[in-house]
Design a protein around this ligand. Structure first.
Ligand SMILES: Nc1ncnc2c1ncn2[C@@H]1O[C@H](COP(=O)(O)OP(=O)(O)O)[C@@H](O)[C@H]1O
Ligand SMILES: [Mg+2]
Length: 240
């Protein structure tokens, strides 16, 4: 569905994304895992067409052939690291705004569907600024989903959430599995472990390791190891 080859992006002299390549099959969940500053958000912004790469290529396989991000924006949905929720609008108004922006057919029905899927019915008239962290995150993801994107980008979907809100969000995201292609970034190992089919570990702009959890275990000589153990080994310069 998505082919990234030799993607490179600099900010001035700072190399934020350094020659990364991977493919994400249709309907799968791909995690970019890495510490703060590894280059995850920059890579996502390039994949969504919000930043122009300095090198490399990003291609989507669409119903009508292959396309660069700019040519298929309508099939991409992004929940940015900083929520995109309008603070003075209610939850319902935020969703309605996105539905109208994307020209969703039956906007009323779709808004109701999103409120229900994300357990936001009781918050429908709460303004963005009054939502809890967990509810704000849910709304931000619901807004990204309202246009029924083929590819959904979730940049640190559970950043700063408490344990129960995180678990609840994982449950919701788990229910989307297989229904669309998902690219998520996270620095929480358990999140990649819980949600992703394949994981790329980013380190200083590069992909230091990539594979399914089992493949990463095997390559790093840690059968049955947790992703955290594997991550530490990779960060310390172990096998890739
Ligand atoms: N707008 C920007 N201008 C300059 N440097 C930036 C900008 N955004 C990110 N960076 C730098 O690029 C690197 C990668 O950042 P980012 O993609 O945000 O990483 P991550 O999302 O993994 O935390 C970091 O060193 C960061 O300081
Ligand atoms: Mg980031």
């Amino acid at each position: 569905m998505l082919i990234v080859s030799q993607l490179t992006k600099r900010y001035g002299s700072r190399l934020a994304v350094d020659d990364i390549s991977f493919t994400v099959p249709r309907g799968s969940v791909f995690a970019l895992l890495g510490e703060n500053g590894a280059g995850k958000t920059t890579a996502v912004r390039c994949m969504c067409g919000l930043l122009a790469p300095d090198g490399g290529e990003i291609l989507y396989e669409t119903d009508t052939g292959t396309s660069a991000p700019a040519g298929c924006r309508e099939i991409l949905g992004l929940s940015p690291q900083e929520n995109a929720v309008g603070l003075h609008l209610t939850a319902e108004e935020n969703l309605r705004l996105m539905a109208d922006l994307y020209g969703v057919s039956d906007p009323e029905g779709r808004v109701a569907e999103m409120l229900s899927l994300f357990g936001l019915e009781e918050e429908r008239r709460t303004r963005g600024k009054a939502l809890s962290g967990g509810m704000g995150r849910r709304l931000s993801i619901a807004m990204a989903l309202i246009s029924s994107p083929s590819v959904l980008f979730l940049d640190e979907p559970t950043l700063g959430l408490d344990v129960m809100s995180r678990r609840e969000l994982w449950r919701i995201l788990g229910s989307l599995r297989g229904k669309m292609t998902i690219v998520l970034t996270t620095h929480y190992m358990e999140e990649a472990e819980a949600l992703a089919d394949r994981i790329a570990v980013m380190k200083k702009g590069k992909i230091a390791a990539m594979g399914s959890l089992d493949e990463l275990r095997e390559k790093n000589g840690l059968p049955g190891g947790s992703l955290e153990e594997i991550f530490v080994r990779i960060m310390e310069g172990g096998a890739v």
